[in-house]
Design a protein around this ligand. Structure first.
Ligand SMILES: [Zn+2]
Length: 593
C-alpha cells in the first residue's frame, strides 16, 4: 500500500518528467559546459575584477540551471534502484556530470593562478560577495598541480583508491552471517544483522556482534590491504601536493584551522571522564555491573515502546521547530505539505537518510525509511534541520557561498534534534520515558563526540605507523584501533575480543580522497551543544543569531561565524561550553534515579 503523503513529489525539479526530455536537458548541460570552456579556457589570467565576477556569476547560473535535473535523476534512483527508468537516468546523469567536471576543471585551476598572481583581487569591492569563496580558493592553490597532473590523478584514483573503496563496500555488503533467532537459524546480510544492535534482547545483541565481527576478522587480509593502500596513497599525495600534515587537506576543505581542531581534541581528551560517568550511569540504568560493548548505544530495557505515525511525527517535529521560530516551523511544515520527504519503506530504496538542498527551488528534499519509532522522529528532525539550513542559505547566498564544510553543515540538524528532545521531555509522562529520551540524546552525543574522536586518534596513528615504516597487517591495525578506543572508554566497557575488528566495516576509512572525515562530527556535536547552552541563557534573543549563522552558508569561515556569536573556537574555553551542556543532560538523567 502506498501512502501518498509519505512519497515525495520530484516533478517540480524538472520541466517535464518525460525521460526523453530529461535526457535532452542533460545533453544541454554538457553542451553548456563546453560553451563556458570555450569562452574562458586560457583567458582567465587576463581577467580584472569585473570579468572575474562575471565568470563566477556564469558558474553560479550554470549550477542553478542544471541542479534540478541532476537532483531528479539522483533522487529517483535513491528512492528505487530497481526501477529501470531511474537506473538509466541516474547513469546518464553521472556520465553527464563527469563530462561537466572535466570540462570545467580549468576554472578553479586558472582562477587559482590568477589569485596567486594578483592576491589583491580577494579584497576588491567588486568581488565583495565572493570574498570568502576566493579566500578559500587561494588557500588551496599552493597544493594544486598542473591540469595534466590533475587529470592523471583522476585516472590513477579510478583504478587505485576508488577501486579499494569499492572493494571494501562491495565485500561488506555481500557478506552473510548465520544467527539463531527464536530457535530458527537464519542467514542474514550485513545490512540486516546490524539492525540487532538496537534490539532489547541483550543476548541477541551479544550474539549478533560476536558473529559479525568474527566473520569480518576472517577477511582481515582484504580489509588491511585496502586500508593500507588508501592511507599510503594519501601520504604520497600529501608529499606531492605539499601538505605539511595528513590533516591539512581536510582542514582546508572544512575551512578550519589546526589550532581549532587541536583545542577541540584536547577538550575531548580532558573530558573522557565525563563520558565515562555517563557510561557508568547507563550501566546502572540497565541493571548491569558494567556495560558490554553491545550495550553502549542499545535502548534502555525499561524504555516504553511508543510508536509514532507519520502524522504524529509531523506534528512533533513541526511544533518543535515552531516553538523555536515561526518561520522555521512554517518551512518544516511546507516540507510535508509539498511532499518533499520520501518516508515510505520500500525495496530498492537507499538505506539511511539524507537531505539534498534544492538551491534553485529555495527548498530541499529528504529521504528516510520511516518505521514509526522514536529514532525515526529524530531522523526526521535531523534532516529537516538540514532543510531549514537550505531554506535560509538559498535565500541569502549565491551557490558559490553555499559549499558548506562538514563542521557547520551539521549545525541546523543537530540543533533540530535538541528542539525535539526539549519538546518530548516536556511531554514525558513517566520517569522511564524521560530516561529513554535523555539516554538517547547522550548516546548520540557520546558516539559523535567521543567514539568518533577515537577514530580521529586511530586514523592519525595509521599515518604515523606508515611513516615509521610499520607494515599494516590486520592484527597491527587492530592493535591501533583498540589503543585509540581504550583512550576514550578506559575500563568502563567490556569488549568482546572480536571487537578489535570494528575498524573493518567503517566505510569512511576507505573513502577515496576523504581523509579525516571524522573530527567535523566532533566539532559539530560540541559546537551545537554550546549553541544550545547559549539558547538556554538568551532565549528569544538567540533565535536571530542562529538564523544568521545558518543563512551565512559558506560566505564566512566557522571561526568568523562563531566570533559573531561571541565565541572563540580556537580556545579550549569555548569547547568547555559544549561539555557543560552534556553535563547538564547527565545530571538530569542522574536525578531521575
Ligand atoms: Zn546530518
Amino acid at each position: 500500500m502506498t501512502v501518498k503523503e509519505m512519497v515525495w513529489d520530484l516533478a517540480p525539479l524538472v520541466k517535464s518528467t518525460d525521460p526523453a526530455s530529461v535526457q535532452k536537458k542533460l545533453a544541454s548541460m554538457v553542451a553548456e559546459a563546453e560553451r563556458v570552456r570555450e569562452n574562458y579556457h586560457w583567458k582567465i589570467d587576463s581577467l580584472h575584477a569585473k570579468g572575474l565576477r562575471e565568470l563566477l556569476e556564469v558558474k553560479d547560473a550554470f549550477s542553478l540551471t542544471f541542479e534540478g535535473v541532476m537532483m531528479y535523476c539522483g533522487l529517483m534512483y535513491a528512492a528505487d534502484a530497481t526501477f529501470d527508468e531511474a537506473k538509466q537516468l541516474n547513469d546518464a546523469a553521472r556520465r553527464a556530470s563527469m563530462k561537466v567536471g572535466q570540462a570545467l576543471a580549468f576554472i578553479d585551476i586558472e582562477v587559482g593562478k590568477l589569485l596567486l598572481d594578483t592576491p589583491s583581487l580577494v579584497e576588491d569591492p567588486v568581488l565583495a560577495e565572493y570574498r570568502h569563496y576566493l579566500e578559500r580558493l587561494l588557500r588551496s592553490v599552493p597544493h594544486q598541480l598542473s591540469e595534466t597532473e590533475e587529470r592523471v590523478i583522476i585516472v590513477k584514483d579510478k583504478n587505485g583508491v576508488s577501486a579499494w573503496q569499492l572493494l571494501q563496500s562491495d565485500w561488506l555488503s555481500t557478506r552473510t552471517f548465520n544467527i539463531k533467532i527464536a530457535g530458527e537459524m537464519k542467514t542474514l546480510p550485513y545490512g540486516r544483522i546490524i539492525g540487532f544492535n538496537q534490539s532489547r534482547d541483550r543476548d541477541l545483541r551479544r550474539r549478533a556482534h560476536q558473529v559479525v565481527y568474527e566473520g569480518l576478522g576472517e577477511d582481515k587480509l582484504i580489509w588491511a590491504s585496502a586500508i593500507r593502500a588508501v592511507c599510503a596513497d594519501h601520504l604520497q599525495m600529501c608529499a606531492l601536493r605539499k601538505y605539511p600534515t595528513p590533516m591539512t587537506q581536510s582542514l582546508i576543505a572544512n575551512d578550519v584551522g589546526q589550532q581549532t581542531i587541536d583545542s577541540l581534541m584536547k577538550t575531548i581528551e580532558r573530558h573522557v571522564g565525563l563520558y565515562q560517568r555517563y557510561l557508568r550511569l547507563k550501566a546502572r540504568l540497565m541493571g548491569v555491573a558494567k556495560l558490554a560493548n553491545y550495550d553502549v548505544v542499545a535502548p534502555l530495557p525499561q524504555a516504553p515502546e511508543k510508536d509514532y505515525t507519520w502524522k504524529a511525527s509531523r506534528k512533533e517535529v513541526v511544533d518543535a521547530y515552531r516553538g523555536f521560530d515561526k518561520q522555521l516551523g512554517g518551512w518544516v511544515d511546507e516540507m510535508f505539505e509539498k511532499r518533499r520527504i520520501d518516508g515510505e519503506v520500500r525495496r530498492g530504496k537507499r538505506s539511511g537518510a539524507f537531505c539534498s538542498s534544492w538551491f534553485a527551488g529555495k527548498s530541499a528534499y529528504i529521504l528516510q525509511s520511516f518505521n514509526e519509532k522514536m529514532g525515526d522522529v529524530y531522523t526526521q528532525a535531523h534532516e529537516l534541520g538540514h532543510a531549514v539550513h537550505a531554506y535560509l542559505g538559498s535565500r541569502a547566498q549565491k551557490p558559490s557561498n553555499y559549499e558548506i564544510g562538514s563542521c557547520i553543515a551539521e549545525c541546523g540538524s543537530i540543533f533540530g534534534e535538541l528542539l525535539v528532545t526539549e519538546r518530548l521531555l516536556s511531554k514525558a509522562e513517566t520517569v522511564e520515558e524521560k530516561q529513554a529520551i535523555l539516554a538517547n540524546v547522550l548516546d548520540q552525543f557520546g558516539m559523535a563526540a567521543f567514539q568518533v574522536s577515537a577514530r580521529v586518534f586511530f586514523e592519525q596513528s595509521l599515518y604515523d605507523a606508515i611513516e615509521k615504516g610499520v607494515f599494516l597487517d590486520g592484527e597491527t591495525v587492530s592493535e591501533m584501533w583498540t589503543a585509540a578506543r581504550d583512550k576514550i572508554y578506559g575500563d568502563t566497557v567490556d569488549w568482546l575480543n572480536v571487537m578489535k575488528w570494528e575498524w573493518t566495516m567503517k566505510p569512511h576509512y576507505y573513502m577515496a580522497n576523504y581523509r579525516f572525515y571524522n573530527y567535523p562530527y566532533v566539532f559539530a556535536q560540541l559546537f551545537v551543544f554550546a549553541l544550545y547552552k547559549l539558547y538556554q541563557e538568551q532565549e528569544a534573543a538567540f533565535v536571530p543569531k542562529l538564523k544568521n549563522l545558518l543563512a551565512a552558508g559558506s560566505s564566512k569561515s566557522p571561526r568568523d561565524l562563531s566570533a559573531e556569536l561571541g565565541f572563540d573556537i580556537t580556545s579550549e574555553i569555548f569547547w568547555e561550553k559544549g561539555m557543560k551542556q552534556a553535563e547538564e543532560f547527565i545530571n538530569a538523567l542522574e536525578e531521575t534515579l
